[in-house]
Design a protein around this ligand. Sequence first.
Ligand code: FAD
Length: 284
Amino acid sequence: MIPAAFEYHRPKNVQDAIGILVEHGDEARVLAGGHSLIPMMKLRMAAIEHLVDLQDVDGLSGISIDGGRITIGAMTTQHELITHDGLATAAPILREAALQIADPQVRYVGTIGGNVANGDPGNDMPGLMQCLDASFTLVGPDGTREVAARDFYEAAYMTERSDEEILTAISFNATAGGYSYEKQKRKIGDYATAAAAVLLQKDGDTCTGASIAMTNLSDTPVFSEAAGAALTGTSVGKADIEAAVAAALSDIDPTEDNRGPVEFKRHVAAVVIARAITRAWSRA
Ligand code: FAD
């Protein structure tokens, strides 16, 4: 199918882009890589009258690592996340997760900003950003504000971002210790049936910190504080992992769809969470 008619805008700076969003309200939508929005428009699941393309807006791309703080411009592509050597050292879980998104063609144009702003529970970056305790920079007509990834997602396709705000950057601390992003999908290029992001810190044989978040197991990404707490202070043995998995499962609320019934999703979730913890611990 082809999308319904729309007017195309190509502003050069953030303020002009916001001006167009303010002028047209909920009839306008930002366009980044277009790899979530355009398919929705083609399927007539979204009818947008004004598309505000961010391609020419200055200052929205690139990765900077300043001391221990990493900042990624919203228009940075998933391909750039994979090929940036500094990022691979400072936060290797980004590359591991980005490599599991779709296929190279999608990753060449799909952006990190579009992936986190979209609000699709199937997107991989939101859960990862919650695991990293990332912060999102939103710019709107009333100025700039920071929103924690863990507070950003309200329901499927509903976020803390207002219609007139643009996500300009994402920032988080460089990671230390072990990491893993584990994803189970039906076939190469598919969205997750279930996925888990895990970061673990280790001192001697003891886990001194754990952060665990999940993808596509509720209508939002899920950060499980209880799962992390179940591992902290332990030696991450079999019983500790089982306790963390049980805690994580009590935080999710999957629904039946073409990826399977609820019982199957809970089973797959348990498998990917346990695998992610085991791999992260082996790397810690
Ligand atoms: P767009 O499609 O341009 O925008 C998506 C939404 O975010 C729109 O509502 C738009 O208005 C809003 N938006 C975009 N940027 C901003 C901004 N800076 N500020 C405010 N709002 C903004 N994703 C995964 O995570 N995992 C997968 O396995 C996966 N598989 C895919 C398979 C296929 C075949 C395809 C086509 C896509 C797949 N995707 C997957 C989605 C892909 O990663 C998208 O590129 C991504 O979700 C959205 O990024 P985008 O830059 O294309 O955003």
